[in-house]
Design a protein around this ligand. Structure first.
Ligand code: PMP
Length: 358
């Protein structure tokens, strides 16, 4: 029996995608072998990786002057790759500290240049997205950096900051393809795959062409975007099976009606949970209302023992992985693209029952 999986990542994948992979697991098409057993330089694999990119370009409306890369090292390796490749003129970068992953990213960037923390919500336990205006950004910075959705705290940007001519870099690990995004507003969009894209092991990087080719010679080859671009993500063996899963995911998104349809569904799903949190006398949302995430819904009862009881009973009832991040406690329901409206409605029914009984 499959459970309702509210994991923050690796997260749930659509059943249809898993079943398609299962069907093709042992023998892919007429290749006579599994995708896992295939050379990354073979013809069938070439069609898979090119097909994945083409489908992503279509569903995300990626302009031609952007490169798409399928890399490894997780989102965390991008914390280093971004400064190593983008710091080139002033060696200065602007960061907005909206959560733990933004904080980790800026600490990594400090190893390579001067980091200016434009704004931070750290003092308020990252419960909100700091509001910034264009004049707060340094026009000489090599780039400005944000984390678009803060997985741990359940906040997201509802409007992206205007950084003028300074390229905006966004970590979209926990919100990629959950809503429509104008790619042309960004210098780099990147995401670890394990939440909204597929299994862990692939990192998606979408980078504007003019930002490629500026790394110093001392930058290790595997960390140089230019080499990755020139070799079409095959400088070395790419995470072949993971990329295949991404392709299935992109095809699934298209079949759902594309990102616009998913955005509508995600807003409905989130509203079901937030509306209940707002009326409940037991549960309270922890994120600032106007910054609420569509993907990670964080809440507490206000009593740690009751939180633990809730998580335990929810797990027994088939609603799993609802425990909040170890750094903040409480609860978190991650409702990525694969989570159905029905799953969220059933969770709310369970929460109502728990509230009436406790
Ligand atoms: N950024 C965000 C927003 C995340 O949620 C995570 C992981 N949960 C990371 C970065 C780090 O990702 P990875 O484990 O792939 O390095």
């Amino acid at each position: 029996m499959r459970v309702f999986n509210f994991s923050a990542g690796p997260g749930a994948l659509p059943l249809e995608v898993l079943e398609k992979a299962q069907k093709e697991l042992v023998c892919y098409g007429d290749s006579g072998m599994s995708v896992m057993e295939m050379s990354h330089r073979s013809k069938p694999y070439d069609a898979i990786i090119k097909g994945a990119e083409a489908k992503l370009r279509e569903i995300m409306n990626i302009p031609d002057n952007y490169k798409v890369l399928f890399l490894q090292g997780g989102a965390s390796l991008q914390f280093a790759m971004i400064p190593l490749n983008l710091m080139r003129n002033s060696y200065k970068a602007d960061y907005i500290e909206s959560g733990m992953f933004a904080s980790k990213a800026l600490k990594e960037a400090q190893k390579f240049g001067k980091v200016n923390v434009v704004a931070s919500s750290k003092a308020d336990k990252y419960a909100y997205i700091p509001k910034v205006t264009k004049d707060q950004f340094d026009s000489e910075a090599d780039y400005a950096y944000i984390c678009a959705n803060n997985t741990i705290y359940g906040t997201k940007y509802h409007e992206y900051p205007d950084t003028g001519n300074v390229p905006l870099v966004a970590d979209m690990s926990s919100c990629i393809l959950s809503e429509q995004v104008d790619v042309s507003r960004f210098g780099i969009i990147y995401a670890g795959a394990q939440k909204n894209l597929g299994p862990a092991g692939v990192t998606l990087v979408i980078i504007r062409e003019d930002l490629v080719g500026h790394a110093k010679e001392t930058v290790p080859s595997m960390l140089n975007y230019q080499l990755m671009v020139e070799n079409e993500s095959m400088y070395n063996t790419p995470p072949t099976y993971g990329i295949y899963m991404l392709k299935l995911m992109f095809e699934w998104i298209e079949a759902q009606g594309g990102v616009a349809a998913l955005e509508k569904r995600n807003k409905e799903k989130a509203a079901v949970l937030y509306n209940y949190l707002d009326e409940s006398k037991m549960f309270k949302g922890t994120a600032n209302k106007e910054d609420r995430s569509l993907m990670n819904v964080t809440f507490v009862t206000g009593n740690e023992e009751l939180d633990a009881k809730f998580v335990k009973e929810a797990t027994a009832a088939g609603f799993v992985n609802l425990k909040g991040h170890r750094s903040v406690g409480g609860m978190r329901a991650s409702i990525y693209n694969a989570m159905t409206l029905e799953g969220v409605q059933k969770l709310v029914e369970f929460m109502k029952k728990f509230e009436s009984e406790n």
